[in-house]
Design a protein around this ligand. Structure first.
Ligand SMILES: Cc1ncc(COP(=O)(O)O)c(C=O)c1O
Length: 401
């Protein structure tokens, strides 16, 4: 309920996270955006309905098409990512499939970095071929290979960075430069980084997608997705979303809006916690490799430093030994919760071969760079010493892991 900022002073990210998309005065002077928990909207008369049909942005017809609570999320996210427009949908997978099927049709092709989130991989590898859409994969380390795969059928470049679970980083600028030669749109999944740590649109990407279920919501209490980018295509993506029916409900959108207001302070703390935890683990004698882009021995630390403002709250480490050793550490945690997902205020731990990469064969695991003894951590906002102490006691000397 802030007045419009008419001065030249540009607000910083934490301020925008609180205020953007919520400039209008709400009914009865409410400080927070109301939850417009309604499926349909009434018109005073038919003239008003015709105004809606002609495109009046302040009129609504039906919540699957649009709703004021959803719109506040869309406007806030457009500002935070630095894009023209946003679209909020029912999940991260809805965001990925909606933007992909808005840009690509049967007979056309996609070039994607690999690894990508398991659901996205399944969509690209198994579902899209049934629609006669072919997806080529390139590794983040060999992004130049996209040049050789590019042809007249290519309609989308897709990139997820950093990746799950071993935090590989793709060079967004380089990927976008290759795509730009043929005017091909670039979509970046910015879920792990968040706009606080990484701004793909400023690095040459055209669209950003999020599993808003993670850091944007931030409290492990909702499932949502967001797309941000050029208005013309976002309008088309809304049409795709309308027919797929993957709209979010107003209560979910409200929770997301509330979560977004604290994004900056949460992610700042999560960056700090992950840095401390990664540093502790990298000196631990029962730990093999630690994967965190903020560590100077991470293979792409230089690139991460260039394109990220913070290294994020996610990290992964190898417990020396095998899966059994990793399970012992997992079952010894008192603070880290054994749960999949990520990005919430509470710290979570998971074993990729038992969760995100369950059922992968040896060759697929090798390709993904995943070994059985790996544990992935999503650092929350607890005290960093408490998190380190939990890792210490779960893997303590004398404890046979
Ligand atoms: C990077 C990434 N993208 C997309 C998704 C899919 O998001 P959702 O579960 O909200 O559909 C996930 C889920 O874990 C993810 O980690």
């Amino acid at each position: 309920m802030k007045k419009k900022n008419k001065s030249k002073h540009a607000h910083a990210f934490p301020t925008l996270a609180v205020c953007a998309g919520e400039e209008d005065r709400f009914p009865y002077g409410a400080v927070t955006k109301p939850i417009y928990q309604t499926s349909t909207f009434a018109f005073k008369n038919t003239a008003e309905l015709i105004e809606f049909q002609k495109g009046d942005p302040n009129k609504y017809l039906y919540t699957r098409y649009g709703n004021p609570t959803l719109r506040a999320v869309e406007e806030k996210m457009a500002v935070l990512e630095g894009g023209e427009a946003g679209l909020v949908v029912s999940s991260g997978m809805a965001a990925v499939s909606t933007i992909a099927l808005t840009l690509v049709s049967s007979g056309e092709e996609i070039i994607s970095t690999e690894p990508v989130y398991g659901g996205t991989y399944h969509l690209f590898k198994n579902v899209f071929p049934n629609l006669n859409i072919k997806v080529h994969f390139v590794s983040p380390e060999e992004i130049e290979e996209a040049k050789d795969l590019l042809n007249s059928k290519t309609k989308l470049f897709f990139c997820e960075t950093p990746t799950n679970p071993n935090l590989k980083v793709s060079d967004i600028k380089k990927f976008a430069k290759i795509a730009r030669q043929k005017k091909i749109p670039v979509v970046v999944d910015n879920t792990f980084a968040t706009p606080y740590n990484q701004k793909p649109l400023c690095l040459g990407a055209d669209f950003v997608v999020h599993s808003a279920t993670k850091y944007l919501g931030g409290h492990s209490d909702l499932v949502a997705g967001v797309i941000v980018g050029k208005k013309k295509i976002i309008d088309q993506a809304r049409e795709t979303m309308k027919v797929f029916g993957c709209c979010i409900d107003p209560l979910g959108a409200f929770l997301l809006l509330r979560g977004l207001k604290t994004l900056a302070i949460r992610v700042e703390k999560q960056n700090q916690n992950a840095t401390k935890v990664a540093s502790f683990l990298s000196k631990h004698k029962k730990v093999g490799k630690v994967f965190y882009p903020g560590l100077s021995n991470h293979s792409q630390h230089g690139l991460a430093k260039k394109q990220m403002q913070g290294f994020g709250g996610m990290l992964c480490f190898e417990v020396k030994g095998d899966l059994k050793s990793a399970i012992k550490v997992m079952d010894g945690f008192k603070l880290f919760i054994n749960a999949t997902s990520l990005g919430g205020v509470e710290s979570l731990a998971s074993i990729p071969v038992l969760t995100s990469h369950y059922g992968f064969n040896q060759r697929e695991l090798e390709k993904a760079g995943v070994i059985p003894g790996m544990i992935r951590l999503s650092c929350g906002i607890e005290d960093s010493d408490d998190l380190v102490e939990d890792l210490r006691q779960a893997s303590k000397e004398g404890r046979r892991i």
